[in-house]
Design a protein around this ligand. Structure first.
Ligand SMILES: O=C1C[C@@H](O)[C@H](O)[C@@H](O)C1=O
Ligand SMILES: [Co+2]
Length: 300
């Protein structure tokens, strides 16, 4: 069968430019209706679930009015802190909500030891590392998540993330090597791997067959450098403008997109650019992202 990009790839934008789950005070005046209508105006097909979203019935109602879909939702996993059984019970509830909103991707990030919400830790130097036993436990727990998710027609998309125990390419390689490809997929986030390792193509090239979900996050290199020199936290880094929408920063999305389509990627690509909505009008940036996608990625 020939690969039809317009059928294979769905484009979404995350609520994170409007409201940020890590800092609930910012953008608090942007409500669900406003967010979803902005997403339609900007020409996207869907979004991910934000922490301020309502129950599934209310959400489905608002989505249907606008012909929008939910791609998936972030899950803060605590396999190391809580053990596999307790963490899996919380994950199963998460899958039930995803099923109720017709979504097929669970974005999983192990949050035990994370410094991403810390007010003091330097995001560039202070992350934690796992012991060999913790690695085994995490991988075993993630495989179990994969079995649970499959019952709900959902895929586990593991999110490598700054400040967490799975941040670097080396750590993501180890996670991929020690989890079952049938049960655990990879969420490839351009911004997180670029800030972590600089090189953002190797992770994609090495694990393209595991990629089940994609976040397009651009990086302003001058801001990254400034934040690194100041030793800022994760939150201060993005409030200082480290991330932006694709096409507005310094990453080249053309080889990323080409690699995805060369491998016939099928699934969502979500624009995800946390910024301070007071400084970066969310609709303006959503429109900017879509224009870049249409003119620079889809036309070539
Ligand atoms: O996928 C993501 C979800 C957010 O909560 C997170 O902090 C952000 O950086 C991200 O990539
Ligand atoms: Co992301």
């Amino acid at each position: 069968m020939t690969y039809d990009i317009n059928k294979a790839v769905k484009w979404g934008i995350a609520p994170i430019g409007w409201r940020n789950d890590d800092i609930p005070s910012i953008g608090k005046d942007n409500n669900l209706q406003q967010l979803l209508s902005d997403i339609v105006v900007a020409g996207f097909q869907g979004t991910e679930v934000g922490g301020f979203f309502p129950d599934s019935d209310k959400l489905n109602y608002e989505l249907k009015l606008r012909h929008l879909e939910i791609a998936g939702q972030w899950f803060s996993s605590f396999i190391l802190r809580d053990g596999i059984e307790k963490a899996s019970a919380a994950f199963e509830k998460h899958c039930q909500f995803l099923q109720a909103v017709h979504a097929h991707i669970a974005v999983v990030s192990e949050q035990t030891y994370t410094i991403q919400q810390s007010d003091t830790k330097n995001i560039f130097t202070d992350k934690a590392y796992m012991t060999d036993d913790e690695w085994d436990k995490l991988c075993q727990g993630l495989n179990h998540y994969g079995e649970i998710a499959a019952k709900y027609d959902i895929k586990v998309a593991y999110h490598h993330h700054m400040g967490t125990v799975v941040q670097t390419k080396e750590e993501t390689d180890r996670l991929m090597a020690n989890t079952d490809p049938q049960l655990v997929g990879l969420l490839y986030d351009t911004g997180h791997i670029a800030v972590s390792d600089g090189d953002y193509m190797s992770l994609l090239n090495d694990h393209i067959d595991r990629v089940v979900h994609v976040h397009f996050k651009d990086v302003r290199k001058d801001k990254e450098k400034e934040n690194r020199e100041k030793g800022l936290t994760f939150q201060k880094s993005f409030l200082n403008g480290m991330f932006t929408v694709p096409g507005d920063g310094d990453l080249d999305f053309k080889p990323v997109f080409q690699t995805l389509i060369d491998h016939q990627y099928k699934g969502w690509i979500i624009v995800e650019a946390e910024q301070d909505p007071e400084k970066a009008n969310p609709l303006e940036y959503a429109l900017k992202a879509k224009q870049y996608i249409n003119e620079e990625l889809l036309k070539h």
